[in-house]
Design a protein around this ligand. Structure first.
Ligand SMILES: *Cc1c(COP(=O)(O)O)cnc(C)c1O
Length: 486
């Protein structure tokens, strides 16, 4: 297992005068006046000077130090890192989509507008909502948009209210979004089942409360089975129910948030509907609403005109305004629609069926080997802890790092906060039985090692270029650009 990496450690390979490409000398008269007035750069200062072989090897080597979902299993719980069909990449790169100008008038981009309208319709059907805006650029951006809609709708009723309730199992973006929108956040405790404690909700849900922000299934992967009662309590005191639908891949085609009393929600297209994500890449967090909130939707709203042509409606006086330039991250919308249409209704249901089956297969296979704090049945992800391994001085960090030696990406660690030493595993619907078995065997082997040879876990990973890095420094002071050293 312990391989020494023999690789040149040289990172600085620039040497004065080296070139990747040598063009022949100009053998026609130089027509500089053709470019008169255009700023033309003759030399670029401070670039590394390398040969073609060197630069190719440099970037190829760097790419191989990276782990990605195209290489193997990537069970980051809550993040939903799944394999996405390459055909959707091809379709969103079609020149007619990729090359259309964001400022083109509606008449010239009828196809794009039809795509937006069709995706809105699909999401309305899948989520049971009355309307969607597709333009928020991420889940957190969708939350902020959704909370702005809540504020606008309550203001229209006469009082925006002051407080937003959020369960202690929530994703960290929920309290931030409510706070940025000017609300005071109050936490609701989870009960021993890992779901919302109804008695606390009854107590906290006063006429000062604007909304409850609920993730369903929550970050333990547990479905809030009291959701209809929860919606009743919130509505009876004049509040609105916000659903964080980032975990929609546990529900698609089976139940619809709109039918459960949800007034406003977001979906992460980059988790459920075929956009690869990670590294902060572009995503989309469409927001769905019920009728009452529709007049406040952000601009522009795409409408279908009577003559069959689509238009952009900017004349909506009650709208919260623009929340994103142009039409959001359009290529993400193309991928989502392709995914939904290529799967069809039966396939959309299978997303949830396989996501849940795969997670429960892992949960059952590792029960007993790892501690499960919450015994409640879970859907698309399962949350173990390092409690059993702690007896041997092994932590969730050791387990995560050791998985790297097995060629696997670690699961999400130390989240949700209500599980100490959490290992949150989400296989998604796209993993095969064979790949999941490889993961399960690795986790079992690590549980054995924790008892027999904990030191090998403390020292892990053994096979990577860097071992345990200073993650805070790596995040706070990243070196993203080569700089010439004199
Ligand atoms: C991922 C996630 C978010 C945030 O989505 P981003 O696109 O990363 O901003 C919010 N809530 C839950 C439950 C999530 O899993």
């Amino acid at each position: 297992m312990i391989n020494e990496i023999r690789e040149p450690l040289v990172f600085e390979i620039s040497a004065a005068g080296k070139r990747a490409v040598e063009l022949p000398a100009l053998d026609v008269p130089e027509k500089r006046d053709l470019l008169a007035g255009v700023p033309v750069r003759r030399e670029i200062e401070g670039f590394p000077e390398v040969s073609e072989t060197e630069i190719t090897r440099h970037f190829t080597r760097l790419s191989q130090k990276n782990y990605c979902v195209d290489m193997g299993f990537y069970p980051l719980g809550s993040c939903t890192m799944k394999y996405n069909p390459k055909v959707n990449e091809r379709l969103c790169a079609l020149p007619a989509f990729a090359g259309s100008h964001p400022l083109a008038p509606a008449d010239l981009v009828q196809g794009n507008l039809e795509l937006i309208k069709t995706l809105e319709t699909c999401l309305c059907r899948i989520a049971g909502m009355d309307a969607f805006t597709l333009f928020p650029a991420a889940g957190a951006h969708g939350e902020l948009t959704g909370m702005m809609l809540v504020r606008a709708a309550l203001e229209a009723r006469g009082n925006a209210r002051k407080i937003v309730l959020i369960p202690d199992s929530a994703h960290g973006t929920n309290p931030s979004s409510a706070h940025i929108c000017g609300y005071t956040v109050r936490e609701i405790k989870s009960n021993e089942k890992g779901t919302i404690d109804l008695a606390s909700l009854e107590r906290e849900m006063t006429d000062e409360v604007a909304a409850l922000m609920l993730t369903n299934p929550n970050t333990l992967g547990v479905f809030e089975s009291d959701i209809c009662r929860i919606a009743e309590i919130v509505h009876s005191r004049g509040g609105l129910l916000y659903m964080d639908g980032a975990n929609m891949n546990a529900l698609t085609g089976i139940v619809r948030p709109g039918d459960m009393g949800v007034d406003v929600m977001h979906i992460n297209l980059h988790k459920t509907f075929s956009t690869p994500h990670g590294g902060g890449g572009p995503g989309a967090g469409p927001v769905g609403v019920k009728k009452e909130l529709e007049p406040f939707l952000p601009l522009p709203v795409v409408t279908g005109k009577k003559d069959g042509r689509y238009a952009l409606d900017g004349d909506r006086p009650r709208s919260i305004g623009r929340i994103r330039a142009y039409y959001g991250n359009f290529a993400v919308l193309v991928r989502a629609l392709c995914y939904i249409l290529s799967l069809g209704p039966k396939g959309v249901r299978e997303i949830a069926e396989y996501a849940v089956l795969n997670a429960n297969y892992i949960r059952k296979s590792l029960e007993g080997e790892y501690d499960l704090k919450y015994k409640t049945p879970s859907l698309h992800e399962c949350v173990f802890s390092d409690k059993l391994q702690k007896e041997y001085g092994v932590t969730n960090l050791d387990i995560a790092k050791r998985l790297i030696d097995f060629g696997l990406h670690p699961p999400t660690m130390s989240f949700p906060l209500i599980v100490h030493g959490a290992l949150m595993i989400e296989p998604t619907e796209t993993e095969s039985r064979r790949d999941i078995d490889i993961f399960i065997e690795a986790m079992k082997a690590i549980a054995r090692e924790a008892k027999e040879n904990p030191q090998v876990l403390h020292d892990a990973p053994h096979v990577t270029y860097v071992r345990r890095l200073d993650e805070v420094a790596a995040a706070k002071f990243p070196v993203l650009r080569w700089e010439k050293k004199d």
